[in-house]
Design a protein around this ligand. Structure first.
Ligand code: NAD
Length: 500
């Protein structure tokens, strides 16, 4: 679509786009064996987009068996690195060639602004697959520094069948973060998209086949958590689960692994990221703008959303003025309008959940200084105004629990030490940010915060070269960067005795 595309252009594409609705198993689209489907509803206007195959245990068994067959055949797992590289690079290109179609599916399915779907989700998904494609033939095994009478080779071997269970907030991008390194390492993958937003994953299955990924190596099983996620977690022939989603469900996957075959588990879970503004912050307007976008981007449905702003009392008033100006300009709008910056909430359930947190904040005595209500109800879709609470204390529910919506809690702090203590007073440890012009302080605070990523004088910056993932109950294992490859391989030592 041209850069000048209008809402009408996107609407026309949305009306014409073919909606995938079947599972993708062994190289073709199939219905669930039970014939059951679930309704896929667009949060933009409440319209039913499709009746999607609702996979259960029987479908998971077929998908895992096909993935295992493909793995054992060696057609992908033992193929030459340069061949896997060529196929993954082709897949990245196909994502780019189909970016408009994929972006419109993503926006229809989960409500994010079309401009973000295109500029962020599609671009970064293609970049991710390309990065791991390029990596395939650049990773060497090792020879250990043993004595003269032996050679000890340390080989990285693919695990086998990897189940990737992903959430609804960045559907294609989360799938790409898993598929890129898992496929690069030679594994077969069974992908289970979230039931709220399965469409781009289903389309990706066919694009993977078109790129040359052999049948069975990428299987896509749509379905709900208990129906399709649980049997993957418990499956005796799945070697690893790579999961992104809530901390609550992440813990279930640890149990599933313990109750079944001790499969490896990597978890990217929730967050309650602190965004710290210290008095020596040199640009309060920039900090306020970053704080607003840090929590309102993607309707706040972001695992690392900066949902707690910890602001030093000395700069509180000036900061709040900038924050309210920046946030006040952000309004929920039709996600298919390229000018929209804030779209629809993913569904009614999530909308009700966020609204109940807003009520909880009010009830606990925090003050709503912006928003606080549902919006655009006349559309039949689900929208919430950007909402800012002031006078929040860190023990309130809205400061402790992940809201996963456009709701910011503002907490006053009186010192650097207090900021660090409040920042760390959470079960989560995904991300954090600190704004200060003092370089010593920046490093001191960054080291003291227990989180997988700490940004200094920015928020949510990064690219595929740097790892992403959590401390504490935000999970373990890292997505992105060369480190992600580690979790999709096992190390094998081959010790060869040398005779004199
Ligand atoms: P969720 O945990 O409800 O669902 C995630 C996936 O797990 C979905 O595919 C779902 O169908 C499946 N699932 C649900 N119940 C299951 C069960 N009983 N057994 C097996 N599988 C089950 O999360 P969500 O609501 O889709 O996404 C929001 C969550 O994801 C938030 O907590 C957010 O912080 C987290 N998230 C984390 C990251 C990260 O990188 N750390 C990124 C994006 C989202």
């Amino acid at each position: 679509m041209a850069a000048t595309a209008t809402r009408d252009d996107w609407k026309t594409l949305a009306d014409q786009v073919e909606i995938p609705h079947q599972a993708f198993i062994d190289g073709r689209y199939v219905d669930a064996l039970s014939g059951e489907t679930f309704d896929d509803i667009s949060p933009i206007d409440g319209r039913r987009l499709a009746q999607v195959a609702s996979c259960g245990s029987a479908d998971v068994d077929v998908a895992v068996a096909g993935a295992r067959r493909a793995f054992e055949s060696g057609v992908w797992s033992r193929s030459a690195p340069k061949q896997r590289k060529a196929v993954l690079l082709r897949l990245a290109e196909l994502i780019r060639e189909h970016a408009d179609e994929l972006a419109v599916l993503e926006t229809l399915d989960m409500g994010k602004p079309i401009s973000d779907a295109l500029a962020d989700d599609m671009r970064l998904s293609a970049d991710c697959i390309q990065y791991y494609g390029e990596a395939v033939d650049k990773v060497y095994d090792e020879i250990a520094p043993t004595g003269p009478n032996a050679i000890s080779m340390i080989r990285r071997e693919p695990l086998g069948v990897v189940a990737a269970v992903v959430p609804w907030n960045f559907p294609l991008m989360m799938a790409a973060w898993k598929l890129g390194p898992a496929l690069a390492a030679g594994n077969s993958v069974v992908l289970k998209p979230a039931e709220q937003s399965p469409l781009t994953a289903l389309r990706l299955g066919a694009l993977a086949a078109e790129a040359g990924i052999p049948d069975g190596v990428v299987q896509v099983v749509p379905g709900d958590g208990p129906g399709a996620g649980r049997p993957l977690g418990l499956h005796p022939d799945v070697d690893m689960v790579t999961f992104t989603g809530s901390t609550e469900v992440g813990k279930l996957f640890l149990r599933y692994a313990g109750e079944s075959n001790m499969k490896r588990v990597a978890l990217e879970c929730g967050g309650k990221s602190p965004h710290i503004i210290l008095p020596d912050c040199g640009d309060l307007a920039a900090a306020a703008s970053a704080a607003a976008w840090g929590v309102f981007y993607n309707q706040g449905e972001v695992c690392n959303a900066g949902s707690r702003v910890l602001v030093h009392r000395d700069v509180k008033d000036a900061f709040m003025e900038h924050l309210l100006a920046a946030a006040g300009a952000i309004r929920p709008a039709d996600p298919l309008d390229p000018a929209a910056r804030l779209g629809a909430m993913v569904d009614r359930t999530q909308t009700d959940r966020v609204l109940s947190y807003i009520e909880s904040g009010r009830g606990a005595g925090a003050e709503v200084v912006l928003g606080g209500s549902q919006a655009r109800t006349e559309t039949g879709g689900w929208y919430i105004e950007p909402t800012i609470f002031d006078r929040v204390s860190n023990d309130m529910t809205i400061a402790q629990e992940e809201i996963f919506g456009p709701v910011l809690a503002t907490i006053d702090v009186a010192s650097e030490d207090e900021a660090i203590a409040v920042a760390n007073d959470t079960i989560y440890g995904l991300a954090a940010a600190v704004w200060t012009d003092n370089i010593d302080r920046a490093h001191r605070v960054a080291r003291a915060i227990r989180a997988g990523v700490v940004w200094v004088n920015t928020f949510d910056a990064g690219d595929i070269t740097s790892p992403f993932g959590g401390f504490k109950q935000s999970g373990f294992g890292r997505d992105k960067s060369m480190h992600a490859l580690d979790k999709y391989t096992d190390l094998k030592t081959i010790w060869v005795a040398l005779r004199d």
